[in-house]
Ligand binder design. Sequence first.
Ligand SMILES: *[C@@H]1O[C@H](CO)[C@@H](O)[C@H](O)[C@H]1NC(C)=O
Ligand SMILES: *[C@@H]1O[C@H](CO)[C@@H](O)[C@H](O)[C@H]1NC(C)=O
Length: 503
Amino acid sequence: MYGSSTILLLPLIIRPILCQQIYDIWQTTSNRSTLFSSVGPSSPINFVKPGAAASADIIVSDATKYQTIVGFGGTLTDSSALTLNNLKATNPGNYWDILQTMFSPEDGANAAGLSYLRVPIGATDFSAQLYSLDDVNGDTSFSSFSMDNAPSYLFSVISDILSINNILKVHILPWSPPGWMKDSGTMMGGSLKSNLIDAYPTYLLKAVQGFKSRGIPVFAISIQNEPQNSNPTYPSSTLTPATEGQIGAALRTLLDSNGLSGVKIVGYEHNWDDAGEYPVQLMQADGGAFDGAAFHCYAGSVSNQDSFHTAFPSKNIYFTECSGTIGSDWWSDIKWYMDNLWIGSLEHYSQSGLMFNIALDGDGNPKLPGTNSCGSGCRPLVTVNSDGSYSYNQEFYSMAQASKAIIPKDNGGPWGQRINVSVAGSMGWALRVGAYATGRVSSSDYTRYSLVVMNWNDGGSGGSVTTTIEFRGMQAKYTFPIGVTTLWWFASSTGPCQSGCPR
Ligand SMILES: *[C@@H]1O[C@H](CO)[C@@H](O)[C@H](O)[C@H]1NC(C)=O
Ligand SMILES: *[C@@H]1O[C@H](CO)[C@@H](O)[C@H](O)[C@H]1NC(C)=O
């Protein structure tokens, strides 16, 4: 285990060290020779008195702090849970290896520490069949509400993930209200009937209570997945900002009066392109109930998140869904994900970074029978084949590099907070960089400073980039290969560099 005193006190005893040393580096290279692996260094890289800046010069200025990150992850659809549960039956060793590698938040573990799980309330386009948690027509008191309508493998896989990751945040949300509550009479398309708006919040309350009763604490609930989408081939439902605001306000009251005031309510859950409209109108309609808004990647651009942030700077932003498409290019995808999501979305104030399905087969199945969702196939974080073999996809590797930078250093301790960073020099364009500071449980332990660096200098004459890193008047040097690199060092949370550095 990295961070144990046996390993780290040794250099202190042998020789006085400079305050900051880079001693652990995780890397994924564009040619895939290294895939989310620790690559040393063989001896720590010291921050020393600055020499000339390299042609790429990363300037970390932790005087400017931004949002605290709450985690990376994906959606555990019924199909993802089924895929994993089938693997548990045929090859339990591979099942537990996947859960460990994806979800263990242990410091120094060979694992991504994914800690944010989005879980549907009822069926989605990735379910074996249509169902809600109350399919009894006209049951407006929800006396027939039953968690047992959902497949048991959904809960068992979440429990297994929780057994590995005790800081997991679970965010639940419906793709549709029960079909009998809608003008379409089905979960597939249409919208909530106006005379049932007042009844619906009780269904959502019961979902929060139901997950809790299964031993699954709920971090947040969204009112409706993609409220601007009505598709007759899978669970979907439109909802106006005014009605979503009304439901959110009533749900807030219900949660608070049932001892669930800590559960956050998140709104919108749809594409970047309407970031300045729907979620802004929603916060105007009943902002008091909502913690913030969640965004998906399928239309618009990540900078649209700024329109929401500018209108409601005190509201939180979550990036909760994007999907890879089967057949696309591995490295091109990683560049897009780092630029727009795992570094970019955070620069535009998001606290989280999630892909859609966590696990599916090589064709992006199973899906809801008859759905037209994901035309050529949605690619999950991990592909699991029927013979029990599996492979992580570009979505996982890029996300893992980012997650490693922000998971708590101490179990149960603070999460990484984004800090200011810029890249100067004639080769500055070649590096895309995010910087984070992770505080400690004990104030005598030093803060961890981490960088996520993508070198996308992959053109004809491209290659690795020799870089200087500036931090509080000290300088370190590192040469970044084409790919994504995560590295960190420890320093006191304030003040000048000191000698001797208790980590
Ligand atoms: C860092 O701060 C500078 C100056 O305030 C600002 O222009 C830049 O956008 C900031 N960088 C990030 C990544 O937020
Ligand atoms: C892959 O890229 C790394 C870093 O740029 C380089 O050191 C290594 O030689 C490359 N491997 C192959 C097989 O091309």
